[in-house]
Every structure is written in structure tokens, then in C-alpha cells.
Design a protein around this ligand. Structure first.
Ligand SMILES: [Zn+2]
Length: 343
């Protein structure tokens, strides 16, 4: 091991590979290699890093995979030039906000196979991050601030304990691969069609009952969805009486309808009542008659055949959520939307 460092010192090395050298402690002389841009320390027994590493002002890639770290060493927060950081297969339980704050140039962050329960909201400062991988940890939630990471192209949260994903995830519009298999997801947030570049989605091994509205508009090339709790198509007949809408809903539907007409008085006046457009932004439209509604709807499902070009391991027909505006629409004949009966 010493031999490698000595050779590196003489050669003004830009990269140093001390992987699989049975190291417990990183030799201090490593910090005297100011030109170092790649430092590989994987497959050792390192449990701490010397503070002197902060002198590595040009370090771009640091691999500490398969070591004995119990936390993210504080010195990492000073390595501002780091672009790739690998910390897989350690015993890390927490990601301290101040370390994350100092890693603003990070492009790849790999925290696979650790014991992390949560990511701090400060993760929002990693605005250049493209690959985030926290596979096989103990994540119980994902912070809404993930939505600030608009450069992300790949996220891997496979094998965690996530009961849900934040809707802000859909602000990561560059996302091409989303792996959330083997969690506890009961649904995906509405609005997924915002991920217009998503090519790979792995939701296998969750508790999903259906996919969100307009899921079938995604340009997916691969979809993995086996081992969920999808609703099956077992039609039962049911007759529903027409419901009576509350005044607020009736008014909202009228305003939403009028607002579609650019020349209407309502459309022109709305900007003068700031809380209203914000409130009405939550409105949606009926899958059948296309009329708008605000908060009262019927949750339905339709069964969609996945695009032939999409690679898929199980059923090609998937249940996708749809909203209808009223029982009047639901009771009309000739459509393929089913009400959902939960046993
Ligand atoms: Zn309708």
C-alpha cells in the first residue's frame, strides 16, 4: 500500500487506486497529492477519513464503497470539486445536512446498501445531480425538496420502506429511469405525465392498485409492475342515482367552464381575484364528457394495453385511474370505465 502512495507522490499522480488493500486508516500522505482527481479506496475496512483530505482541491471522483463507515465523514463536505461519490456497502445510518451542503457539484451519488432512513431536505442543494442511487436502505420517506433536483436523469430507491412518493418528484423532468421496486407504495402521485422523458419504470413488488391518470401517455420503453395488488376487471352491475352537487362545486364547475372561453367575462376577471386561479388550478376534467370539475368526482379505472414497443415482464394490460364528473356520465352506455369496488 505504501508503495502505491510513494509511486503516486513521485509521479504527481492524477489518480490513485488503493482498493482491496486491507486499509483501516487512509494514509495521511494521500492529502499531499494536490493534483489527485480520482481516489479509489473501495473494498477496505475504513471507518473514518483524515481531515487533511480537504486539501484535495481537484478531487472529482471518490470511491469508498464496501468499507466500514458508520456516517458520512464531515470532511466530504469540503470536497467541493467532487462530481462522483460512491459510498455503497457501508453501515451509514444518516446523511448530515452540512455535508450535503458542501457537495454542490455532485453528479453521481451512490449510497446503495446502507441503513439510511431519511434524506435531509438540504438535498435540494445538489442541483447538478444526475444519478441518485439509494438502493437497499431503510428509507421511510423522500423529501419534497427532491423536486429541486431538476438535472436528475436516474433515481434508484429500490428495496426501501417507502409508503409514498412526493408529487414534487414530477418536477424532475429530465428523469429517464425511475426504480422504486420493492417498497410499500400504495399509489403513485397524480401528474405523472409531466415526466415526458421517462423510459424505464420499475414499480414491481409494491401495493399499487392502479396507475395514475394518463399513465398510458408516457413514452416508456420498459415497465416492470409484477407483484402488486392491481384491481382486476370483474364487472358487476350497479345502478347509481344521480348525485346532488354542493353549491361550491357547482359554482367551481361553472367558473372553470367559462374560463375556457378566452372572451368570457369570467376569464377576463379571474386574474383580479388572486386566490381563485390558485384554487381552480386543482381542477381536472371528466374522462368521458371532458367537462371540468373541482373536488367532486368518481374514481374509475380503465384497462389499457401497454404500447407494443414497451418491454414488459408481466401482463400487457394495466389498470389506469380515470375521473368522471358525475353518475350521469358513469351511467351512460358504451364506455369502458369501471367504478372501483373495494372489498
Ligand atoms: Zn362527465
Amino acid at each position: 500500500m505504501t508503495e502505491s502512495v510513494v509511486r503516486a507522490l513521485y509521479g504527481k499522480a492524477k489518480s490513485l487506486n488503493l482498493s482491496s488493500k486491507k486499509i483501516n486508516v487512509v494514509p495521511e500522505c494521500v492529502s499531499r497529492l494536490p493534483n489527485l482527481s480520482v481516489l479509489l479506496l473501495k473494498n477496505n475496512s475504513i471507518s473514518a477519513l483524515p481531515n487533511e483530505l480537504l486539501y484535495l482541491h481537484h478531487l472529482v471522483e471518490l470511491n469508498l464503497g464496501n468499507n466500514a463507515l458508520k456516517e458520512l465523514p464531515a470532511v466530504l463536505g469540503h470536497l467541493e470539486s467532487l462530481k462522483k461519490l460512491y459510498l455503497f456497502s457501508n453501515q451509514i445510518t444518516a446523511v448530515p445536512p452540512d455535508v450535503i451542503d458542501g457537495l454542490q457539484n455532485l453528479v453521481v451519488l451512490n449510497l446503495n446498501h446502507n441503513h439510511i432512513r431519511r434524506l435531509p431536505p438540504e438535498i435540494k442543494s445538489l442541483t447538478r445531480l444526475r444519478h441518485l442511487s439509494v438502493l437497499d436502505n431503510k428509507l421511510e420517506e423522500v423529501p419534497a425538496e427532491l423536486g429541486h433536483l431538476t438535472s436528475l436523469t436516474e433515481i434508484n430507491f429500490t428495496s426501501n420502506h417507502l409508503p409514498s412518493l412526493p408529487v414534487q418528484l414530477y418536477q424532475c423532468k429530465e428523469l429517464t429511469k425511475l426504480h422504486v421496486a420493492r417498497n410499500k407504495l400504495t399509489s403513485l402521485p397524480e401528474g405523472i405525465k409531466a415526466l415526458t422523458k421517462l423510459q424505464v419504470l420499475d414499480v414491481a413488488g409494491n401495493k399499487l392498485s392502479m396507475f395514475p391518470v394518463e399513465f398510458d401517455s408516457l413514452p416508456l420503453k420498459e415497465l416492470y409492475h409484477e407483484d402488486n395488488r392491481f384491481v382486476r376487471c370483474e364487472p358487476m352491475s350497479s345502478v347509481q342515482d344521480v348525485e346532488v352537487l354542493m353549491l361550491k362545486e357547482l359554482a367551481a364547475r361553472f367558473v372553470l367552464q367559462q374560463d375556457r372561453d378566452m372572451s368570457s367575462l369570467v376569464h377576463r376577471m379571474l386574474p383580479y381575484y388572486p386566490p381563485l386561479p390558485e384554487l381552480l388550478a386543482n381542477g381536472s376534467c371528466c374522462a368521458l364528457c371532458l367537462n371540468p370539475f373541482l373536488t367532486t368526482w368518481l374514481e374509475c379505472v380503465h384497462f389499457v394495453s401497454v404500447n407494443k414497443e414497451t418491454k414488459i415482464r408481466s401482463s400487457k394490460t394495466i389498470p389506469v385511474r380515470a375521473f368522471l364528473c358525475s353518475y350521469k356520465c358513469f351511467n351512460t352506455e358504451g364506455h369502458s370505465y369501471y367504478g372501483v369496488a373495494r372489498k
